[in-house]
Design a protein around this ligand. Structure first.
Ligand SMILES: O=C(O)CCC(=O)C(=O)O
Ligand SMILES: [Fe+2]
Length: 261
């Protein structure tokens, strides 16, 4: 893993060593304080750049164009009138490559490296995390060209794990509002305020290539702002579960990727 990761700064290869534990403790503290942690340059930037070059032909020819209008929940809510401002609809557009289209990549090697899951589980306070069985969903890579964006949403999973491969020249920032809602409080008025651009606790970060970003996506509202300029924003999303063998159904794969296999 030394060839693709900066293990000197981030000793993921030595689980439970004092240095590893110190890193886990720092990540846990960041998650508790800000709902997020970053390992800047975990993947060597030259490896991230090589991954992007290798994927470019696939993005140009057979990536899935994910384009839709949606609200922050990706659905209507029974307890809200359809014109409630929390249900404001926005446009999302990007291109997605699935795990079966990046065979042999450094990203998949990292995904399947057991020490990576061990580290992530420790930061999230879980006994263990498992790779998915799903041939498409395991790792996805999203590319955002000029004007493309991932609009406001909450994630289905408690945590989301990404690694930025290429940063755009402008735009394509990650904007998030930690703990906007909770298990007991959907905070629809707070959601409406955020969507109006009036939430003072909304934060924006610009990720740098090679950076691992883990955030609590279920109750943290977040979006990727529209990319400006010709250089695409390219980011990988890793999917781990607390149980082994998770697969999406055919209809889920069709909905997410436009194909089942
Ligand atoms: O691209 C990003 O930085 C965030 C990705 C994200 O929110 C998601 O995949 O659900
Ligand atoms: Fe998300």
């Amino acid at each position: 893993m030394q060839d693709i990761l900066d293990l000197d700064r981030f000793p993921l290869h030595r689980p439970h060593s004092p240095q590893w534990q110190a890193l886990v403790d720092r990540c846990r503290a960041d998650l508790a304080a800000q709902g997020m942690f970053n390992l800047e340059g975990l993947m060597h930037p030259h490896v991230a750049a090589a991954e992007v070059s290798r994927m470019a032909p696939r993005f140009a020819s057979d990536a899935f164009l994910h384009e839709r209008m949606h609200n922050i929940y990706f659905k209507t809510l029974d307890d809200l009138p359809p014109d409630h401002p929390a249900l404001t609809r926005f446009h999302t557009s990007n291109r997605t490559l699935c795990a079966d289209q990046i065979a042999g990549s450094a990203l998949l090697r990292l995904y399947e490296w057991p020490e990576f899951a061990t580290f992530l589980a420790a930061t999230m306070g879980k006994p263990q995390l498992h790779v998915m069985d799903d041939p498409l969903a395991r790792v996805n890579v999203m590319s955002y060209g000029p004007g493309q964006a991932l609009n406001w949403h909450f994630d289905r999973s408690e945590f989301t794990t990404t690694l930025l491969l290429q940063a755009p020249d402008a735009g394509g920032e990650f904007e998030y509002r930690t703990d906007l809602r909770s298990e007991d409080n959907p905070n629809h008025d707070g959601v409406a305020r955020l969507l109006r651009g009036e939430d003072p606790e909304s934060r924006t970060i610009r990720l740098t290539p090679g950076t691992l970003n883990v955030f609590k996506g279920k109750n943290t509202a977040h979006r990727v702002t529209p990319v400006r300029g010709d250089k695409e924003r390219v980011i990988a999303v890793f999917s781990y579960y607390e149980h082994p063998g998770v697969r999406f159904s055919e209809s889920e794969r069709l909905g997410f990727y436009g194909r089942a296999s």
